[in-house]
Design a protein around this ligand. Structure first.
Ligand code: 9MR
Length: 361
């Protein structure tokens, strides 16, 4: 109720003002205090990659449960982990993560059904139809095991080449025929019709030859009815972010797929907090960007080692980058980019296929 002139002229004035102040000072619905609450207010999830052997570390779990509403297995759902011997499946790590997620109100991203890296040695030794059949069986078995538990699967990971070709990466899977990706998506859909099915890759953070190659594949899949629902942008970033980061997300969304930031980490340095903020604002500005996942919890958990590329320091304290993300989530709406350079980062992040020495697996 708006105070009337009469009210304001009475002794009620102080009370009305006090009430108004209280409303103004109280946390508003949009002023979340954790990443997961603030993202939820914007209809998004905020996730982290988890190494399940860290689920016994109190500091790690405290931060994970407080701040994140989605998890993805850093390694435990990959082919070498889930099918170490052909036809013999091991879901121990994946199941542990899923149960942690369920107990803590988190969704799960599945990563990754097929990838040229982290294949079990028996698969590395196969080719042709033997490999194709084994790969499709792997997709079917793993997606069936986790059926109903996975929000989105990275069905195929990193299948496009770096550099200017815009074409596929050579791999044993690619040599089974160009249709291996669509075969994988069809098998995943049949096994778990409720999961969103994503293609996921890195160095796709702006409009470039690689992202355009993927864009053309997604457009082709949509036109031919190949079941694809989303594209993951890993976003392992250096010290700059392409100026067309948001526009690139938007062009994919305009094809009729969701987009997700799937493995975000950013090289430390003056721009780190700004870049994290820009990624967050870009996602919020694209209505089909459904969430952001950072690739680890604390700097010391990161595959990038001394890059200090994450939102929490090694003791679990919030960094400036954290505040930048939280503020961006709470502000929402506009997307004011920080200083950017067009095209590729001037200080490139490490190639995701070659982890720095001293980091896992
Ligand atoms: O973070 C993962 C690291 O522990 C593994 O050693 C590495 C093996 O290739 O994979 C890392 O995760 C990668 C992810 O699965 C796909 N995109 C790049 C990630 C960083 O290398």
């Amino acid at each position: 109720m708006r105070p009337t002139r009469a009210l304001l002229s009475t002794g009620l004035l102080a009370g009305v003002l006090a009430a108004g102040m209280a409303v103004a000072l109280a946390p508003t619905a949009s002023a979340g205090t954790t990443l997961r609450a603030s993202a939820a207010e914007k209809g998004r999830y905020f996730g982290a990659a988890v190494a399940t052997n860290k689920l016994s570390d109190n500091t790690y779990v405290t931060v994970l449960n407080r701040e994140f509403s989605s998890v993805v297995a850093e390694n435990e759902m990959k082919w070498d982990a889930t099918e170490p011997q052909q036809g013999r499946f091991n879901y121990t790590g994946g199941d542990r993560l899923v149960s942690h997620a369920r107990a803590n109100g988190m969704s799960v991203r599945g990563h990754a059904l097929l990838w040229h890296a982290q294949q079990p040695s028996w698969a590395q030794g196969l080719s042709g139809s033997a490999l194709r059949n084994a790969a499709i069986n792997h997709v079917t078995q793993v997606a069936t095991h986790f059926k109903g538990q996975i929000y989105a699967w990275d069905v195929v990971n990193e299948a496009f080449a770096d550099g200017g070709s815009g074409g596929r990466r050579d791999s044993n899977l690619q040599r089974t025929g160009n249709d291996w990706i669509e075969a994988a998506f069809r098998a995943a859909r049949a096994a778990d019709p409720g999961a969103k099915l994503c293609y996921n890759d890195y160095n796709t953070d702006g409009v470039n030859a690689k992202s355009t190659g993927i864009y053309n594949m997604v457009r082709d899949f949509k036109s031919r009815g190949v079941p694809i629902d989303c594209v993951g942008f890993q976003s392992h970033l250096g010290t700059t972010i392409p100026g067309d980061y948001q526009a690139n997300l938007q062009r994919f969304a305009d094809l009729g797929v969701d987009v997700q930031i799937t493995e975000l980490d950013v090289m430390t340095g003056g721009n780190q907090a700004n870049i994290f903020g820009t990624v967050t604002r870009s996602c919020l500005a694209v209505s089909r960007c459904t969430g952001i996942t950072v690739w680890g919890v604390r700097d010391c958990d990161s595959w990038r080692g001394s890059d200090n590329a994450l939102l929490f320091d090694c003791s679990g304290n919030k960094k400036a980058a954290y505040t930048s993300v939280l503020n961006a989530l709470n502000a929402g709406g506009s997307n004011t980019p920080p200083p950017t350079t067009p095209g590729s980062p001037t200080t490139p992040p490490p190639s995701p296929t070659t982890p720095p020495p001293g980091t896992g697996g």
